[in-house]
Design a binder for this molecule. Structure first.
Ligand code: ADP
Ligand code: MG
Length: 238
């Protein structure tokens, strides 16, 4: 079984290297170089065809690029970051022992819950531990679970509270940061909070930033958190 897994990983990495970063050659999830657990989770959730933003963002994010993605509400941005989160950790053989691998920030509790539900659905065949950190429980109760999580979906205020107060909260290994609905994060006045969170994170990481609109505030946030990003946007047909 170990040998089979190693071969699968090698072939995934090989196929990823062969992806043309400028092409959007993938129409179906089944054509993408994805791990078996992710492919099965997408299939079981009845996701078959990629949306436009997914076509553009997923291959680049799988290859490790930072992404600044803009596409209107309802265009499928959630899978555009969740699929790379799952597979990039999988290809690094992430386990419980590796701690927090991906942090996903969302402006509101409701949106964080929605992301978490999609993560649970498409991530059902993975062995990662995933948690939702949106307040509403005691800080201590959340703290105890935090240390064991591989993927966290959280609101900015609550996350910073933990970073400042939870001594055992280890984020030195973090591989990926996702800022979802970045325009709303900024509109809600979370700039300072997000800046402070980013300061706590390892510099060497992959960052995916998604937004429904492209504003000055979003590009300010992008400048502070992204490194040499790929810009992907989907415009409505005129
Ligand atoms: P956004 O974050 O851009 O507003 P969502 O990620 O919330 O969009 O997706 C909007 C809706 O589209 C959701 O109901 C989601 O299940 C559906 N959806 C997303 N991607 C796909 C896809 N590839 N195929 C079919 N439905 C999809
Ligand atoms: Mg969204």
């Amino acid at each position: 079984k170990k040998k089979k897994e190693a071969e699968d990983l090698e072939s995934l990495n090989q196929r990823l290297q062969e992806i043309d970063p400028n092409g959007d050659e993938f129409t179906a999830f089944s054509e993408l170089p994805l791990s078996q657990p992710t492919a099965s989770g997408l299939e079981a959730s009845h996701f078959k065809t990629l949306t436009d933003i997914q076509k553009k963002a997923i291959p680049l994010a799988l290859k490790g690029s930072d992404i600044l993605g803009a596409a209107k509400t309802g265009s499928g941005k959630t899978l555009a970051f969740l699929v790379p989160v799952l597979d990039n950790l999988y290809r690094r053989k992430w386990t419980d022992l590796d701690g927090l691998g991906a942090l996903i920030l969302s402006p509101t509790r409701e949106l964080a819950i929605q992301i978490f539900e999609v993560l649970r659905k498409i991530g059902r065949y993975h062995t990662f531990s995933a948690g939702l950190v949106i307040g509403g429980k005691s800080l201590q109760e959340e703290q105890e679970r935090l240390g064991r999580m591989n993927i966290l979906v959280c609101t900015p205020g609550r996350m910073l509270q933990h970073m400042d107060q939870t001594a055992a909260f280890d984020i030195d290994n973090l591989q990926m940061l996702v800022l979802d609905e970045a325009d709303r994060i900024m509109d809600m006045g979370f700039q300072g909070t997000v800046d402070a969170i980013v300061e706590h994170l390892p510099k060497l990481r992959q960052t995916l930033l998604f937004s429904a609109t492209q504003t000055k505030k979003v590009s300010d946030l992008a400048r502070l958190s992204l490194r040499d990003p790929e810009y992907v946007s989907v415009h409505e047909a005129a």
